[in-house]
Design a binder for this molecule. Structure first.
Ligand SMILES: Cc1ncc(COP(=O)(O)O)c(C=O)c1O
Length: 434
């Protein structure tokens, strides 16, 4: 795996508003060629679109079709024997994605497992890492979290007969601010002190696109004696992550956004290696968490395999792991540092072009600090953002609208082009100017 040389870092001073400049950037970046690895969508009339919703559902890697077909052929040709025979036996198929996933999230391979769906994994992690005892019962999360996180957390509190309005502490940004300051969290954590059992936050906020300072928040949680985990749905394959080094206790993510593995594809989970052999920690269990050497002996006693694998419940979904494997091959070829450089340049160029082309009154709420954002810019359009998103869609620019007044656009470095960013911003400017 050698890094593809990419663009040199670019800043606002380098950017130019002419379309020819955008095309020049596309031509001079070797990563532009990675777009060919994807099938990109068309609208209902068959016209190619500018796809800026990879933060919601990534496009299909061409090789996904091939890898899924191979597994359908394995099923057709070998059926039950495909579990142990053939090029990629199913019994260990999910292990094929372990190392590439570990590279993306900055983990040791034994700390990472592909399993279930994101919300399911959040439940599994809550069961193990929220252990209310004595005064230490509370869970701290962010106000405005993705609803599934709120539902999952509150349901755990209710299942134990406790009251979410007491046990769940929601931290909001300062009045008038869309994004958080790290101190919003660290102060709230300190204030909770020995009441706090768990901090669980979206590492990259789905609405604003803000990347939280995960190492500082983790350290603050640990100082307070609490556990700390992250929902990385919008961060994985997008923002740099060093989960092991940051000392996070656990993290969960889906793989249909920046990981381009298809709707409902197998999700991922990180459990820090200090819990690898923590057999006393309660967990929800299933046969797939057993040692693979012992699993088929059908023993009554559950003896979890070491590491994150010990949290598995059920045999892995081969047909949704195959597209993930296809996608991770592309990440390994491009390498995350080179993709991140292109991503910063694309997103920076989008911000530059919005300032140039869009009228005052429309503002980017995503942090300007490039270290605090990934590929997504959330654009606040007072008035009628929904109608603006609809007009963009009609003109072939797929981005999305979030209540009450935000359009999210996400130029993904694996398949979006600078020329698309240019066209999107100028079209948005034209729509807004009426
Ligand atoms: C931040 C975040 N958390 C949780 C979810 C729920 O994901 P799933 O339906 O895969 O469980 C999503 C889905 O988009 C999300 O964006």
């Amino acid at each position: 795996m050698t890094a593809v040389p990419g663009l040199a870092p670019l800043s606002f001073r380098d950017f130019r508003p002419e379309e020819a400049y955008a095309r020049h950037l596309d031509d001079s970046d070797p990563l532009s060629a990675f777009r060919e690895n994807f099938e990109l969508p068309c609208d209902a009339s068959g016209r190619a679109v500018t796809y800026l919703v990879g933060n919601s559902l990534g496009p299909m890697p061409r090789r996904a079709r091939e890898l899924v077909m191979q597994e359908l052929d394995a099923w057709g040709g070998m059926a039950s024997e495909a579990r142990f025979r053939g090029e990629r036996p199913w019994y260990r198929y999910h292990e094929l994605v372990r190392e590439p996933l570990a590279r993306l999230v900055g983990a040791k391979p034994t700390e990472v497992v592909a399993m279930n769906g994101l919300t399911v994994n959040l439940h599994l992690m809550l069961a193990s890492f929220w252990r209310p005892q004595g005064r230490r019962t509370r869970i701290l999360m962010e106000a405005g979290a993705f609803p599934s996180d709120t539902y999952a957390i509150e349901s755990h509190v209710r299942v134990r007969g406790m009251d979410p309005s007491v046990e769940v502490v929601k931290v909001a940004p300062k009045p008038g601010q869309a994004c958080f300051d790290t101190e919003d969290f660290t102060r709230a954590i300190e204030a909770q002190g020995d009441r706090l059992a768990l901090v669980l936050l979206g590492g990259l906020n789905y609405f604003t696109g803000q990347v939280l300072d995960m190492p500082s928040i983790t350290a603050a949680a640990h100082r307070a004696g609490a556990m700390c985990g992250f929902d990385l749905a919008h961060a994985v394959g997008n923002a740099p992550l060093q989960l092991h080094q940051w000392d996070c206790d656990f993290a969960c993510w889906c793989s249909y956004k920046y990981l381009n593995a298809g709707a409902g594809s197998v999700a991922g989970c990180f459990v820090h290696e200090r819990f690898a052999d923590d057999l006393d920690r309660p967990r929800f269990t299933g046969w797939w968490g057993n040692d693979p050497q012992e699993r088929l002996r059908m023993l009554d006693t559950f003896v979890p395999v070491t590491g994150a694998d010990g949290w598995q419940l059920t045999n892995p979904p081969i047909l949704s792991t195959a597209p993930l494997k296809a996608s991770l091959e592309i990440f390994d070829q491009a390498t995350l540092p080179a993709l991140r450089r292109r991503s910063l340049a694309l997103t920076g160029y989008l911000e530059f072009m919005l300032r140039h082309a869009a009228p005052a009154g429309c503002s980017v709420i995503t942090p300007a600090d490039t270290g605090s954002r990934g590929a997504q810019l959330s654009i606040r359009i007072p008035g009628n953002a929904r109608a603006v998103a609809k007009a963009l869609h009609e003109q072939g620019f797929w981005c999305d609208f979030r209540e009450p007044d935000v359009v999210r656009a996400s130029p993904a470095p694996l398949f979006n082009r600078f020329a698309e960013v240019h066209a999107f911003a100028t079209t948005l400017g034209r729509i807004l100017k009426g």
